[in-house]
Design a protein. Structure first.
Length: 106
């Protein structure tokens, strides 16, 4: 699974909805808040959060987890990180990978 496919799976798990229609050639995604974001004509996912590179997007992603999932997420993150690194210093990519594994997206 490519990183872009993983990004879409995370977005859908966080409540984003692909409206699967094109409006004047632009792709549309509906945010969990109900707002609509428009992608470009060439990249339908341009408006989705970049979970693998943006810690702010990761923060929103992590807020969607239950308490139990959060505990499992922290355990998986500890397994991913080097022994001398604390989970607070995990990169966006490491957090996104742990999130996907926590909620069984891949």
């Amino acid at each position: 699974m490519t990183q872009e496919e993983k990004r879409i799976k995370i977005a859908e798990a966080c409540g984003w909805v692909d409206l699967k229609s094109q409006w004047h050639g632009y792709h549309m995604w509906k945010r969990p808040t109900g707002e609509t974001n428009y992608g470009t004509k060439s990249d339908k996912n341009a408006c989705l959060p970049d979970y693998f590179n943006d810690l702010n997007a990761c923060h929103e992603m992590e807020e969607s987890m239950t308490w139990e999932q959060g505990s499992q997420f922290n355990e998986l993150l500890c397994d991913i990180l080097p022994p001398d690194q604390h989970i607070y210093h995990a990169t966006a990519e490491q957090r996104a990978e742990a999130f996907g594994k926590t909620i069984n997206l891949w």
